[in-house]
Structure formats: C-alpha cells, structure tokens
Design a protein around this ligand. Sequence first.
Ligand code: ADP
Length: 460
Amino acid sequence: MKVLYAAAEVDSLAKVGGLADVAAALPRRLAQMGHDVRVIMPCHASAMVAFEASLERRELQAELPGGLTRSFEVATVAGPGGVPVELVYERHFFGREAVYGEPDDLERYQFFCRAVLAVLKAGPWLPDVLHLNDWHTAPLAFALRNLAWANPMLRGVASVLTIHNLRYRGPDELNDYLAQGIYYCDALTTVSPTYAREILTRDYGEGLEALLTLRADSLHGILNGLDYDTYNPRIDPALAANFDLSTLESRPANRRGLLAEIGLPQSEGPLLAMITRLAEQKGIELVIQALPEMLAADARLVVLGQGDRWLREELSRLQARHPDHIRLLDRFDEPMARRIYSGADLFLMPSRYEPCGLGQLIAMRYGAVPLGRRTGGLSDTILDIDEHPDLGTGFLFDEYSAFALTGAFERSVRAFRQPEVWARLQQNGMSRDYSWSASATHYVEAYVAALRSRGIVPLE
Ligand code: ADP
C-alpha cells in the first residue's frame, strides 16, 4: 500500500513532543513491512541542513484562494530508517526554530496543507492513503473530498486522521480544524483503545463528543508503540550501567548514580520520578497534595519537566523546603530522562487524561514501576498487581484525587518493601512488548477500512 504521512514534526528533523516520535517510528515500521511510505512535513529550522544537502529539490506552486499562487520548494531527504521525507520550504512561513506557538501558525499550517495538495497534484507518486495528524493537517480531509470531484486522480486517495490529543484544535476561534477533519476523514484513529471510548463521553469529549459519536463506527483506538531500538537499557549510552531482564542486578548502579548526580542523599526509601510537561493534564497537583504521605514513607521525588509557571514555582518552593527529598530539573534533557527511567523505583503518571502516554512505556522498559491513573493509554498498558497477581506491572487508581493517589502509593510502598514482589513487577514490565509491531498492523487495518469506505478494494 502507498501511504503519505503528513505531520508537523518528525523526530531527527524536528521534535517538540510525542507526535515526532510516532511520525518517525510508524512510517519506518510500515516501510519495514513492505509498504511504500513517504512522509511530508514543513521544513523547520532544525531540518534546514538536511534540506540544503538534498540533491532532490523542486519548485512547485501552491494554489491560494482567489486564484493566486505562491511558490515553494520541496526537498526529498532520507528520514528515519531511510523513509523518504518531503521537506516543504517557503521562506516566509518556515525555516523558523518554533514548530508551534507562532502568531501566524494558522497561516503557516494552512499553507502547508496547500503545499501537500500541490505535491499530490504534481505526482507522479500518488498515495492510496493520506495519513493526517492533529489539527495542522486535518483540513486536508475536507480538501480531498472537495477536490476529488474535479480531479479524478484524487478520488482514489483515502484520508485517515489521527487525534493525538483532542484538546489541541488550532488557533482559530471561528473554525475548529480538527472537528472538520473528524467529520470528513475516511477513517479516524486515536492513540489508545480506552481514549477512543473516553472521547465519546462528555467528560473527555472536549465538546466534540456528539460529532465523535457520529463517527464512532470509523474510530479506531490504536496504542502508540515505543521505538525499542532507541529505548533499550541494554545498550543505551546515557546510562551509568547497562542492563536487561537477565542482568537486573546491574540496575541499582543507575539509582546510585542518579541520586549522586542530582544531589540527593542515598537512601533506602523509594525513589519516585516524573518526566513530563508541567501541565494541568498531568496531575502534578495531586502529587503535590499527596507529598506529606510520600515523605512520611521516606520517599524521594525527582521531577524533570518544563511548562506552566505555577507548577514550576510550587515545585521549586517544595524543593527549597525539602532539599534532601525533592528535585525539580527545569529543562528538556533527553539523556537525563533516560538516567531517571533507569534509576527510579516508581514512575508517577496521575494524569487527568492521557491519550496514550509514552512515559509509562519507557519506564517499564527501563525497570521503573509505573503508578498511574486508570485513564486512556495508562489503563491499557499498566496491569495493576492486585488485579493481575502474576502478570502485574504496576499500580492504578481511579478517582482523580490525592486520596486515591495516596492509596495506590501506599500499596506500592508495601510492594517495594518485599524485594521479590518488586522484582516481579519490574520483570513483568520489562517483558511486555509495546514495540510498534502490533500497532503498525492495526494502522494498516485502519487504512484498509478507509479505502473500503470509499468503495476502493485495496491490493494491500
Ligand atoms: P505528552 O506527549 O502528553 O507530553 P507522553 O508521556 O506521551 O506525554 O510523552 C512525553 C515524552 O517526552 C516522553 O518520552 C518523556 O520522556 C519526554 N519528556 C517530557 N518532558 C521531558 C523533559 N523535560 N526532558 C526530557 N524528556 C522529556
């Protein structure tokens, strides 16, 4: 099958968050499975070197409303795993450091959509499926439907839209681009089975639950996978000591190294960690409220994250009050993140909502035991040890409250004090397979469903 994957960010060329990881790993996996996959993204400043070095550059014209056109350049470069990536460059809109958050984001991403259409029309390579991601590219679902009337070539292209986070809908108060894409796409996916069900409800639907319910038959919940090649504690160069399932006894060296590196005293109590955007979504306020109980259990807490000012200030204040127990690392630091995953005992994700969540997957892969709220992807990937005594990988709580979090924390402390129970939790988590293999197969099923819904029988 031929797939064009359109995304605002793709890891190794530009990265802000989880979308970049998915946009790198899924196309690579699909290509390994034998599909003919290309990626298309705006050429941000971080991709300029690759753009300049490309020998395959061409100039195209994007059609603007009112019969106007504007020229732009496309360079084909080798992306993750050798998958071809089309970098769309237009001097006024792209080549900037910021991927998002610019005052003209709306114009930038609308132009990007028009450029994608120009690339499709220019051919000669035409996909069976155009895979869209979030609001930035969602308008293309309507465009495909609309243009297909006049352009028979485009009639054979089906659109699939993936919602990575329903909250982000674009900066235009008068137009919800994501909603428009949800309505017009041929198949809709989101990043975990539980989140796919949750967004049909008022509590999680962000006002779009009625529209989403209309598309419920075309909605697929597909877990994000983890790139098991890049996240591998056996060979990860960022770690003080490498380890795997058969050498778990080497792991404590990472814990000791981490405590020394962040200036916390060595201790017997559990080392808790969060690596996250400091955002309301992530439930950091619950951890702050539950802190007295955590400190009473002689726990230490390290938080690596950037984001909302009030959370940063609150955590800094707590660090000043408990300098031997709390560390806030206010920066984006990937090697540090890996050392924390490999040294922490318990990884906290008490999210209010969590479409999929990668943190808990990385934590399990690196032998840190996750404790999360039973929502979205956390609910699909963490097996509570009390519900699954043999296969349990962590701890879940239901109600969004510090009380419920504390209950799960106290269960985790009891388990932590029984080394054989703790080792089982770690081993179970490390043994699970959350790589892309299974998820990519489900995406192919969604592609097939999208083509069938247009009356096209895919060759696969
Ligand atoms: P979200 O996409 O909602 O931010 P996820 O759990 O899906 O949350 O993904 C977050 C990813 O970003 C994880 O890989 C996490 O390790 C990483 N991350 C978050 N904050 C930082 C930081 N300050 N430094 C390094 N990595 C971070």
